[in-house]
Design a protein around this ligand. Sequence first.
Ligand code: BES
Ligand code: MN
Ligand code: MN
Length: 462
Amino acid sequence: MENIKSYIDTHKDRFITELIELLKLPSVSADPAFSQDVLNTAEAVKNALLEAGCEVAEVCETPGYPIVYGEKTIDTSLPTVLVYGHYDVQPPDPIELWDSPPFEPVIKETDIHPEGAIFARGACDDKGQMYMHVKALEMMVKTENLPCNVKFMIEGEEEVGSESLEWFVKNNREKLANGVILISDTGMIANDVPSITTGLRGLSYVEVEVTAANRDLHSGLYGGAVANPINVLTKMIAALHDENNHITIPGFYDKVEELAVEERKEMAKAPFSLEDYKATLDINDVYGEKGYSTNERNSIRPTLDVNGIWGGYTGEGAKTVIASKAHAKISMRLVPDQDWREITDLFQAHFESLAPSGVKVSVKPHHGGYPYVTPIDSVGYRAASKAYEATFGKTPIPQRSGGSIPIVSLFEKELKSKTILMGFGLNSDAIHSPNEHYGLWNYLKGIETIPYFYKYFTELSE
Ligand code: BES
Ligand code: MN
Ligand code: MN
């Protein structure tokens, strides 16, 4: 494996320019205006897989955006690693808050990334992290270090709910058969504190609409006499949490797994500075469910958050009006063993019950997904842990994340294999935000670490 480092040194400039080219493609899955760009990105990923040494690479049609599949089989008696990632990205909005255009990547130094970071939409989530696997494959093939078989499955709808991937997985179980699933689409604690993500939260995402009168009304002529849907909606939303920030939906916590005191103590050992946390976000205090620490609130506890709210007059100046309708988008992050379909139903029943008789309420479910927890004694986890030891010189800390990759629990159900989440991003990389970036150090460190995972996974599987 010595030649790994020198291969990276020789080729790192090209690794970076190739990623920059990929980041120029605006593969925004949420917005149909970008559909041709999404398709072009799939094509680019397929070509990159062929270049990197896959014998087979194809753009597989689905009812939605295609899935790029690739493979290299060296010996069917050896284990197979299935790499999953996504080539779609979040919309860049609000575009005016970017310091440089989201699809014109630039490299800039930051305090956290003194070696420089690539600023572009998708730099970290997930093109940069996905492309580490493509370059790691190239390197293993070229330096004759590929110890097992590899398959790639890179989708284009992760940011909009992975609907087509569910269809693809259910229809291609044989083709996707594997010994372990490897994903880089999460983060780690810090560059000098490597960690492996052992949990992802589930999700239920709904949109609500409150309707009062059948038209907008003069707020002087009607104000005080009929329901104002915005007043009502905000009151209903406020009622979803109690004074301890517990969620008030009846039955919401029934299936929540309560962690043993011992396990919570173990979790609390991960390095974390509340002062730094507050300082980087410029907040005076944190806010959340009573009885839990910040790290617990954003990993092992479920949440309910308004993601957007609108209605009435928001233009220049003042307009005296009572709107006919008010709207909000609400997400609930879920933990084991909550079932997102059940939670969506509980939400709907409760939200409707909160409505006064003067309004009509509709709840429209969007997408959802199950939470996931991976054990730390599996062959895959142990291989990943050893890989980080080899390249970071430290044992990585297992840590549950608050984010969601809904398809992971489906992988386990349909493909019967464990997923290992080797993420190299940082919370400060601003994913989904303006000025998303990915450290060059992180990118190259990921490329360096991945081949060790293959090596140890193959050795430990024997
Ligand atoms: N890569 C993220 C999820 C993530 C990021 C997990 C960091 C852990 C750490 C993924 O692309 C994502 O954004 N997922 C969405 C859910 C999806 C259904 C839109 C999320 O978590 O909001
Ligand atoms: Mn992602
Ligand atoms: Mn994302």
